[in-house]
Design a protein around this ligand. Structure first.
Ligand SMILES: [Zn+2]
Length: 92
């Protein structure tokens, strides 16, 4: 039996919100990875899915930052903070 894909429901480690990702399980999983490694890798991939299973575009992308799995909202907030730190002055 081959399992090609599973859906994972994730609790954001920033705010506790729930979001979903599709986890590809077909073939390319590095030896030694456990379930959490595979799921975290899927979250790092950034594509959330709706409750109906549709893949959402990058506007709703999740991420892994500081080893925490973050929902789209926390991803945007963290990205914004990082951008502010990197660029002290912006023209526009
Ligand atoms: Zn969150």
């Amino acid at each position: 039996m081959s399992v090609l894909q599973v859906e994972a429901a994730i609790e954001c480690e920033g705010c506790g919100a729930h979001f979903r990702v599709k986890v590809e399980t077909g073939g390319n999983i590095p030896r030694g990875w456990d379930m959490m490694d595979v799921v975290k890798n899927a979250v790092r991939g950034g594509h959330t899915i709706t409750p109906k299973g549709q893949v959402v575009d990058l506007a709703a992308s999740c991420s892994v930052q500081d080893d925490k799995m973050l929902c789209p909202k926390c991803t945007r907030e963290t990205d914004a903070e990082n951008t502010e730190e990197d660029e002290d002055e912006q023209d526009s």
